[in-house]
Design a protein around this ligand. Structure first.
Ligand SMILES: [Ca+2]
Ligand SMILES: [Ca+2]
Ligand SMILES: [Ca+2]
Length: 175
């Protein structure tokens, strides 16, 4: 009995109702019938996979997108049910920290880190049966150089053409 034969019986999605008791009944059409002893068949779930994408670098304070593409599961029932995604921004294995996301349907997540540094984030794709695969990706958050605008004003006050008083002021704004 092949796997295709088993799938034809409707046993395709593990774990489903596993374990199954399977026996084979043979009838040659001439009155000879035979039923085999039942054997136990356990169909295990296969974990889904995907490509986890994290940009290599960005600038601090800016937002960027992490997420999954090419989700795959060999069982149509698991694909049809849709996958759940989780995001662990500090890669501590806990998907419930502030700004983490646990078991959400969206395959991408827009995040930002306030400080520069090298960060590793974890992502998980999970099927309806709880099978999952974790991935990690690293991003370098570069320091954002401070910027400023300068305004320089000059005023002249004079009572005579040969005598002048000058005032100078500088205004700066740090962004
Ligand atoms: Ca399954
Ligand atoms: Ca699966
Ligand atoms: Ca976490």
């Amino acid at each position: 009995m092949s796997w295709l034969d088993i799938k034809a019986l409707g046993i395709a999605d593990g774990p489903g109702a596993s374990p199954w008791n399977v026996s084979v009944h043979v009838d040659d059409g001439f009155g000879h019938e035979l039923t085999s002893p039942a054997v136990t068949l356990t169909v295990t779930n296969v974990d889904p996979t995907a490509t986890f994408q994290v940009p290599a670098t960005t600038t601090e304070g800016g937002s960027f997108v992490i997420g999954f593409s090419n989700p795959f599961d060999p069982v149509g029932a698991d694909v049809a049910a849709g996958f759940l995604y989780s995001y662990d921004l500090n890669n501590d294995g806990d998907f419930a920290d502030p700004n983490d996301l646990l078991n959400v349907p969206q395959a991408s997540y827009t995040v930002s880190f306030a400080q520069n540094g090298n960060y590793t984030v974890r992502g998980r794709i999970q099927d309806k049966d709880g099978g999952y695969t974790d991935y990690t990706g690293s991003i370098l958050i570069t320091n954002a150089a401070p910027t400023a605008t300068f305004a320089i004003g000059v005023a002249a006050r004079s009572t005579k053409a040969t005598r002048c008083r000058w005032s100078l002021w500088i205004h700066s704004t740090r962004l």
